[in-house]
Design a protein around this ligand. Structure first.
Ligand SMILES: Cc1cc2nc3c(=O)[nH]c(=O)nc-3n(C[C@H](O)[C@H](O)[C@H](O)COP(=O)(O)OP(=O)(O)OC[C@H]3O[C@@H](n4cnc5c(N)ncnc54)[C@H](O)[C@@H]3O)c2cc1C
Length: 354
């Protein structure tokens, strides 16, 4: 850091999708920000597929608040694409496989419902999968789904922050916060609030580490399937997601005990077993990555303030769905910061304290 004191409205710690989206809306609102992000730490946002899937699970239910979250996310990504001239969001349907008549019938019934009709259908042509994907009892299709390239999104914003001299590449040192009456000093930065967007590593934050973290490590493979160029995403046990040319993102696994960014043999073989159940064609593994999803006990995003130090805030808990939920809740938090609107009770950090 240089030695001049830099005055900002907000200091954001962590530049995954949470920190990036919050920065996006604060800058749009005309606020001055600085952003600190540690080098050599894997961000979940760097390796996630960025799938936006509005209908999930065995019970075939719409994702939490998806009717609000999805259009807002797409609008935000389109706005960023136009501004930076980069492709971030691609609309892509999901083909979901069914192994039994019962599963498919449940899907069929749901797809006829008024509130689900725009999202899913039981009529889909999966004939192009013949010879590539092993035969399944039936396929259904999810519409309005898509993929956000979170790695590209965070990278273009990182370049922008660097160009504007507001990016500081370092691990945040909590001991260096100086609390003054109406301001905070962190090294050379003077600010009014510090907002932590640290992903799962907020478990090590002395101010928010006591929240009920239930982070989940996930691993994925990037594979090449020679001669195969699928347009749609495949959900058949695991996800196989086209990411350009003959390359596919394959994932993912869940692990709650050993939380770190190290790829493991156990997860690799789980993913290979998953692929064996789906693919009829040969493939090669190009990459293998691991990262940790930031999850709290209530499986909801978290926004708000520390009870004793109200100058310290948190935006976290994006869980398995950062691509669909980050824009909406970043904008919500930004409105709270800039206009004083109340935080939604469901995502307010206080609801998590015992
Ligand atoms: C394998 C896998 C697959 C996934 N697939 C999808 C998907 O298909 N769709 C979807 O929507 N979501 C998916 N997710 C979830 C998604 O990745 C997360 O919801 C989202 O990326 C979380 O963003 P975040 O900004 O909160 O955290 P992160 O992306 O982890 O970013 C946190 C940042 O904070 C930095 N940081 C932390 N502590 C400090 C500190 N003290 N000082 C400085 N910097 C710090 C970190 O280095 C990091 O850069 C997946 C996750 C995984 C692991």
């Amino acid at each position: 850091m240089n030695h001049e004191l830099k005055t900002t409205d907000y200091l954001i710690v962590g530049q995954g999708i949470a920190g990036t989206m919050l920065a996006h809306f604060l800058l749009k609102a005309g606020k001055k920000i600085a952003i600190v992000d540690a080098p050599d730490q894997q961000a979940a946002s760097k390796v996630a597929a960025g799938i936006i899937n509005p209908v999930t699970g065995r019970r075939i239910v719409k994702s939490w608040r998806i009717d609000d979250l999805l259009p807002f996310a797409i609008e935000t990504y389109r706005e960023i694409e136009a501004r930076f001239g980069v492709k971030i969001f691609t609309q892509k349907n999901i083909l979901r496989s069914f192994d039994t008549n019962k599963q498919f019938q449940d899907w069929s019934v749901k797809s006829g419902r008024e509130d689900m009709r725009d999202y899913i259908s039981d009529e889909c042509d999966a004939s192009h999968l013949n010879g590539i994907i092993k035969p399944k009892f039936a396929w259904g299709e999810i519409h309005t789904s898509g993929r956000t390239d979170l790695a590209v999104l965070t990278q273009i914003y990182r370049n922008f922050f660097i160009e504007n001299n507001i990016f500081f590449e370092e691990k945040f040192n909590y001991n260096k916060i100086e609390f003054r009456d109406n301001e905070l000093i962190y090294k050379q930065i003077k600010t009014t609030k510090i907002i932590f967007c640290e992903g799962w590593r907020s478990a090590f934050n002395p101010y928010f580490g006591d929240l009920p973290h239930e982070a989940a490590k996930g691993e994925l493979l990037i594979i090449r399937i020679p001669g195969v160029r699928l347009n749609k995403m495949i959900k058949s046990g695991i996800f196989v997601v086209p990411v350009g040319g003959e390359k596919y993102w394959v994932g993912s696994t869940y692990e709650w005990d050993e939380l770190n960014d190290n790829p493991t043999e156990a997860a690799r073989s789980k993913l290979i077993t998953g692929l064996q159940k789906i693919l009829e064609v040969p493939y090669e593994i190009l990459e293998h990555h691991a990262a940790v999803r930031p999850v709290f006990k209530h499986r909801r995003p978290v926004t708000g303030w520390h009870t004793e130090h109200p100058q310290l805030g948190i935006f976290n808990g994006l869980g398995t769905k950062g691509a669909s939920i980050a824009p909406f809740w970043a904008a919500h938090f930004c409105r709270h910061l800039c206009e004083g609107t109340p935080l939604d009770e469901e995502v307010e950090v206080g609801s998590l304290y015992p």
